[in-house]
Design a protein around this ligand. Sequence first.
Ligand code: NAI
Length: 262
Amino acid sequence: MLSINLSNKVAVVTGVSSGIGAGVAQVLSQAGCHVAGCALSPENDEGALAFVKSVEANGQQAYYQYTDVTMPDQITSFIEQVVKVFGRIDIVISNAGANVFKGAEKCTDEEWLQNINLNLTSHWHLGRVCKPWLEKSEKGVFEVMASNHAYASIPGCFPYNVTKTALTGLVRALAIEWGPSVRVVGIAPGFIETPGNDKWFASFADSNAERQRTIALHPAGKLGSTKEIGGWCAFLASDFAAFATGTTYLIDGGRSALLQDE
Ligand code: NAI
């Protein structure tokens, strides 16, 4: 039987205490990885504990450290600890991020900079610190979580959409400089079932009607799951994807294929 086998590999995943990062960590551990995760949650927080439990439930070793990825010294300290614990890094999923939806009219310089720091610069900083370890791995993979907003967006999603677009450039730029020893790929998820999107639906008077309206915009007939994004991360980290680098993969349930003119 064909399966994705990442046994004995060590994966670093940022933003594991919630949403997509939690799903990615779970799937990577199912594929055989030990997983080191970080997020803004304290070590004893529900999300951090759930991450450790989900990795260990798959028989793999977990390590968690509170880390603000916008602080370069905290990234360095996290990766130093990861190497102390596991001795190697093979896969990095640079996922931590947040919606910064301000609109171009209202966005302040401070908000612009916060967004650039979190949704663009932090990915480069993480990659930079991990690169020597990914090179040592010989099959190192650096995966960056972009968004469907990198390609088409909605008024009001500025400046988030600007940084997600820039991440596709980061992926190309790093891939051509870090290859062949390190592959660099982007993943651009569309609408994924996450706590943040649940809150979004809950903000409507008829949340179920809004959910059904949103689902109808997707030819796949559903929203995405965090595990499906985890599946892509696992596949792109595997030997099956050895020819994939310098590209960002749009996984949006077909939403961008459908002209929204009704
Ligand atoms: P979430 O809000 O559920 O989880 C975000 C995670 O990142 C949390 O663990 C949080 O602690 C961590 N985080 C946030 N700021 C951080 C910082 N400064 N340092 C360290 N960790 C930090 O978010 P979600 O929805 O799972 O999003 C994850 C990534 O996926 C983001 O980059 C987001 O832009 C992207 N994405 C999400 C989509 C969705 O539909 N949920 C669609 C497209 C992209």
